[in-house]
Design a protein around this ligand. Structure first.
Ligand SMILES: Nc1ncnc2c1ncn2[C@@H]1O[C@H](COP(=O)(O)OP(=O)(O)OP(=O)(O)O)[C@@H](O)[C@H]1O
Ligand SMILES: [Mg+2]
Length: 234
């Protein structure tokens, strides 16, 4: 069963005074099955983050469609889209995006607090998510009191706290040493294989990509290969 579909998806940015156009994503089609772990790889600037932001309803496409759990995201107004983002999508940003004035625990609990859940339930779920990424001991720290890798693990906990239908991760191991990278990858694999979660992960790291069931490679805003683990290039 497909949980996410990209259909002829494009994004063109117009920049600055000279109105230069950048075709960041140039027409991408694929679908992700429920319970699949997909890696997206490609050189810097090949459009990976732009694609992931469109899949997560953060950036509106220039053309084409994103269908998540049978809902065409283009049909939603900004409020409805924000709700889907909060409840159904766990997004791990390349630059973490933790709020500086909140503690780590408050950052992780935030999606639940915004949804009007009770304080005790928010607190318990946030602690559990922080434990899963090995960050329980830093719950009271603010982001500027954490290392880059610790902030990244905190951002992962925040993405998982709502038990979303799909996790979209932009370089989730980019700031981590090899031991913590392995831990994050194991956590994502356990989500997929143990709990039938769905994960789409952008990564530069061949070891992280190898942990996925399938690898989509991008070049210049287009897919140039889409390969199941252990199979040849299709
Ligand atoms: N807001 C924007 N305005 C203009 N151009 C943009 C914008 N965001 C991205 N781009 C351009 O689109 C292209 C794709 O960017 P994107 O961030 O998707 O790449 P990426 O594959 O994620 O790269 P990296 O591996 O470095 O994170 C780049 O050439 C970039 O300069
Ligand atoms: Mg990127």
């Amino acid at each position: 069963m497909s949980i996410l579909q990209a259909e002829q998806l494009t994004k063109t940015f117009e920049t600055g005074g000279d109105a230069t156009k950048v075709a960041a994503v140039g027409g991408v089609d694929f679908s992700v099955a429920k319970g699949e772990f997909v890696a997206i790889t490609g050189a810097s600037g090949s459009g990976k983050s732009t694609l992931l932001h469109m899949l997560g309803g953060i950036t509106r496409p220039s053309s084409g469609r994103v269908v998540l759990e049978d809902v065409d995201l283009a049909t939603l107004d900004d409020d409805a889209l924000a709700l889907i983002r909060r409840r159904r999508i766990g997004f791990i940003f390349q630059r973490y995006n933790l709020l500086p004035e909140l503690s780590l625990l408050e950052n992780v609990a935030l999606p639940l607090v915004l949804d009007g859940k009770g304080e005790a339930a928010c607190d318990a779920a946030a602690r559990k998510a922080l434990e899963a990424v090995g960050m329980a001991a830093r719950s009271g720290h603010r982001p500027d009191e954490l290392s880059g890798g610790e902030q990244q693990r905190g951002a992962i906990a925040r993405a998982l706290v709502t038990e979303p239908a799909i996790v979209l991760a932009d370089e989730p191991t980019g700031a981590l040493d090899s031991a913590n990278s392995a831990r994050v990858i194991e956590l994502l694999q356990e989500l997929v294989h143990g709990q039938h979660q769905t994960v789409v992960m952008v990564t530069h790291d061949p070891d992280s990509a190898a942990a996925a069931d399938r690898t989509i490679s991008m070049r210049d805003g287009l897919i140039f290969s889409d390969t199941a683990a252990g199979a040849g290039v299709s």
